[in-house]
Design a protein around this ligand. Sequence first.
Ligand SMILES: *Cc1c(COP(=O)(O)O)cnc(C)c1O
Length: 487
Amino acid sequence: MPEATIYELTSAGRQGVRFPDADVPVSPLPAEFAREELPLPELSEIDVIRHFTRLSQKNYCIDYGFYPLGSCTMKYNPKVNEEAARLPGFAAIHPLQPEETVQGALALMYTLQEWLAEISGFKGVTLQPAAGAQGEYTGVMIIRAYHESRQDDKRKKIIVPDSAHGTNPATSAMSGFEVVGVATDASGNVDLDALKATLDDTVAGIMLTNPNTLGLFEQNVLEVVRLVHQAGGLVYGDGANLNALLGVVRPGDLGFDIMHFNLHKTFSTPHGGGGPGCGPVGVAAHLVDFLPDPVVVMVEAGDDDTAPLYGFRRPDKSIGRMKSFAGHFGMMVRAFCYISMYGGDHLRDIADYAVLNANYLMHKVKQVYKVAYPRVCMHEFVVEGRWDDAPEVHALDISKRLMDYDYHPPTNYFPLIVHEALMIEPTETESKQELDQFAEALIKIAQEAHTQPELLKSAPHNTPVGRVDEVKAAKDLVLCCWMPDSK
Ligand SMILES: *Cc1c(COP(=O)(O)O)cnc(C)c1O
């Protein structure tokens, strides 16, 4: 690519930074690292500020508006979390510092491990995994290590209900297991007969989401756990939907052996755009020795005069390291801050309001959208984005049209078992006014679908980028659409 097209905004001689005079002796770079030419953009400070400010305004974010992206729990991220994560004592430490110089950070990690264990009813917690999917991978590797430690080497299958998030079968397959699907019954629960048909002594475990991805509490959860345990398998809980259960139900008490948390969903650490998440994993007592290396332990309990001493330790039968250093520490600080703000007595408010908001919204929109499984929902619900009398309109068109009403669309076409699925998760941080306005937009769009379907088919009309040809966009990616007037 010719140089001029790499940086469209560059203008020879402009400068936005000035380096201070060197305060160390100047020494030449070794020749093998030095370059004659290094094409960098030449821009003034205002050029750069305007460029990034404009870009940020083309983006949709939770600080701008309602973001009902089902399963992703796009709740508001309180700014006090950011202040805490930026405290120099947390932000400026180095992962290779000696343990005795980072006792505050270790105390925070230890306390967060303990809190997550208490919230979920598990015995031990690792904070290492970088996201939910990596938490799943950690969990399934622990399931494998557990069976291997018992020389039980027949267990090659993992059961995954057909409503599961795509990461569940992917994780099982990646960990070397055969994935066996189980159907959902007419009321939205795991079909018990189908489950029983899969159970034998080759089952390593099941990956179960509760509430499931239809937003429904798994009514047979105790029976599913009992049946899988009876067959010698372990029960893995996909904890991405823990927002609905906080302070109400503890997965450990339901008999789950292992579960990942999504701090970036349930505990308000920011996510989206591929940013860093954090997917801690909790395990029951019989799996604590298999946790990744290292976990944070209290080496010496303190007393009135001395603070406790914390350190990193390798669990006896550890599956090894899952992530460099201690994981995404900044996310741990934010989640710690969030849990502290609610306190043990009020964490339950999160789940209560998340469930109330979802049911309120579901009742408003069910007059015009068919609810896939019409029963009391948990923190989210799934409707069909289609009508028999408006056959050309699809869920995708409804989502695109919602952007014209200034909303982020809900999740589309997931879960896979609902035709033209729209999965709506309002979260607890939205007000009644916001929910009313969103319901009104959805209802208006349903009318438009019947009277002016073309309006939906060609939406969005008011966004920086209009309806994209998704095949062309993937094959012929243009990354330079920065111009203020680009459409
Ligand atoms: C988000 C999600 C995951 C994966 O979590 P990531 O942090 O995105 O890797 C897994 N299962 C369910 C049900 C989810 O909603």
